[in-house]
Design a protein around this ligand. Structure first.
Ligand code: MN
Length: 236
């Protein structure tokens, strides 16, 4: 049997002085491979028919991080700290996520990809944790060394069935976070400052979205297991 095919959305460079490039951190592809899947890199195509064709070719979807989604997507005005994704990626990512969810494809969202899952389900984001959360933890140090904080994983959740319930140490590299949770989703992990760190589908297909970066923690079994769980769902 061939490996389940996991579509992975890519980023697009935004340097006006250089040729545009698709980019993807190797760790995302590595995580899918080590989880037993075949990563298929998906460029941001321009229309819904092409998105549908991409979705026809995959068994599951890994939604990756990046810069910020346009707050107009969830009905808010931009915060000064919001740094937008490449325009090419903005509408495409939303169409890809909505299409996958509508088809019942297994979906794992990571960091910005988790925020995308929430937006695609009608949820909203906090645009800047430091200015919108009282007494916030440090959730990012910019491009410097990663910061870590524990999250509390809700017992009896899908997430807990993969990583275990209770405290889980996570890496953190985000200045935005999920706020109002979208339709059909429920929050299943939180940081100690109350920031939601994971949501999942309340029923039906595998839909899981984590605010941290498990692909950078593959030497830790609970984090690596998230990719195995995505691939297992894609195999069904
Ligand atoms: Mn965090």
């Amino acid at each position: 049997m061939s490996r389940p095919r996991i579509g992975v959305n890519c980023d697009v460079t935004q340097d006006p002085s250089a040729e545009e490039k698709l980019t993807l951190n190797w760790s995302y592809a590595d995580a899918v491979l080590r989880g037993g899947g075949q990563p298929l890199l998906l460029p941001p195509v321009g229309d819904d028919a092409a998105v549908a064709e991409q979705l026809d070719t995959v068994d599951g979807l890994l939604l990756t991080g990046g810069r910020d989604y346009d707050p107009a997507l969830y009905g808010r005005l931009p915060h000064p700290a919001t740094k937008l994704l490449a325009p090419r990626r903005m509408g495409y990512d939303v169409a890809l996520a909505r299409g996958a969810l509508a088809r019942g494809l297994p979906v794992l969202g990571i960091c910005g990809g988790a925020q995308l899952v929430n937006i695609a389900c009608g949820g909203t984001l906090l645009q800047d944790i430091p200015s919108e959360v009282p007494e916030p933890l440090t959730h990012t140090r910019g491009s410097e060394a990663p910061t870590f904080h524990p999250v509390e994983v809700l017992a009896d959740s899908r997430l807990a069935s993969i990583v275990g319930a209770g405290e889980l140490e996570t890496n953190s590299s985000h200045h935005q976070a999920m706020d109002a949770v979208g339709r059909g989703l429920t929050a299943v992990a939180w940081a100690s400052d109350g920031v939601a760190e994971a949501v999942e589908g309340t029923s039906g297909p595998f839909v899981l979205a984590v605010q941290w970066h498990p692909e950078r923690l593959l030497d830790r079994a609970p984090h690596a297991a998230l990719f195995g769980a995505l691939v297992a769902a894609a195999a069904r």
